[in-house]
Ligand binder design. Structure first.
Ligand SMILES: O=C(O)CCC(=O)C(=O)O
Length: 301
């Protein structure tokens, strides 16, 4: 009997299991560090790509969006086995990549459009979401920062975070302030940091070293949340795995079954809309899915 309930409602014993340490850390702090998310080879190739892209002006800060059009090395970051399963645990399977950017910060201790003090650009991710859905607000998206530089010594342009601020809804510090509650993320090259959208963090910090700090950001959101940048990925359509098609937003579909007929699979996903959840569904999975829908409709309508 329990087996039938499990199959029909997709109830799993896992739902009651203790959260893993990284889920707990993420919930408590609003970010979690994943060391060695990228191999040393991948870090080296990404550094080469960024060197090439910023060569024309290597003395200023670069913050460039929509980067999947620029190199397949960036595309290869969207489904890393070291990171993606963690994102799935935190957000679920109905997700896509709705924003990417790279931030390259050469040595620089003054940054302010109007004065000499340093502007840390404290912010929560999501732009207008923060006005439209003010705190307490749901998570909605996560951003992963991949750091390509050795940031173990302070003063190398680390990202600063205000741990716990994803829950408190507190006000952002003024732009030039570095409050005691802010922590610099002194991570090694190849480390990923998964950020809760609502966490207050800096957009830059002082780099008084002689190295250029490089980081790449990939944002995952529910499939029904619009793209933040142009997401120029059409050229990848013919060469992608089903999982990548989902993550790149290249496989939207419309439902045919009665309750949601004509409605987008972004909002009413069927098993085949989210191959991320497993492999492309077998015929049997489709039948189980359809029976499950019918029983649910019968019970709850
Ligand atoms: O580069 C960093 O340290 C953080 C960048 C960031 O938060 C942003 O560009 O939104």
């Amino acid at each position: 009997m329990w087996w039938i309930v499990q199959k029909v409602f997709k109830v799993s014993a896992e739902q009651n299991v203790e959260r893993s340490p990284y889920e707990k850390e993420f919930d408590d702090m609003g970010y979690v560090v994943v060391p060695e998310a990228l191999s040393a080879d991948h870090v080296a190739r990404l550094n080469d790509v960024l060197d090439e892209l910023t060569r024309h002006d290597s003395t200023r800060i670069h913050n460039v969006a929509d980067i999947l059009r620029l190199s397949n090395e960036f595309v290869d970051m969207i489904d890393l086995p070291t990171v993606l399963p963690k994102i799935q645990k935190l957000l679920g399977n109905n997700i896509w990549v709705n924003h990417t950017h790279y931030n390259v910060n050469p040595p620089q201790t003054e940054y302010n459009e109007s004065g000499s003090t340093f502007d840390f650009g404290w912010h929560r991710d999501g732009g207008a979401i923060n006005e439209d859905v003010p705190p307490p607000a749901p998570l909605l998206s996560l951003k992963v920062g991949f750091y390509l530089t050795d940031l173990s010594d302070l003063g190398r342009g680390q990202t600063y975070v205000i741990g716990g601020s994803h829950k408190t809804g507190e006000k952002k510090p003024s732009r030039e302030m570095l409050p005691d509650t802010a922590t610099p993320l002194c991570v090694g090259p190849g480390t990923a940091v998964i950020y809760d959208r609502r966490l207050i963090h800096s957009i830059r910090s002082e780099n008084n070293s002689d190295i250029t700090r490089r980081a790449i950001f990939i944002q995952y959101a529910f499939r029904w949340l619009a793209a933040v940048d142009a997401m120029t990925v059409q050229h990848l359509r013919d060469t992608c795995s089903p999982t990548r098609l989902q993550l790149l937003g290249l496989s939207p579909s419309y439902n045919e079954f009665d309750g949601a007929a004509g409605r987008s699979g972004l909002y009413y996903p069927r098993a085949e809309d989210t191959p991320l959840a497993g492999n492309i569904p077998s015929k049997m999975t489709k039948i189980i899915d359809s029976v499950r829908r019918r029983i649910k409709r019968y019970l709850f309508s």
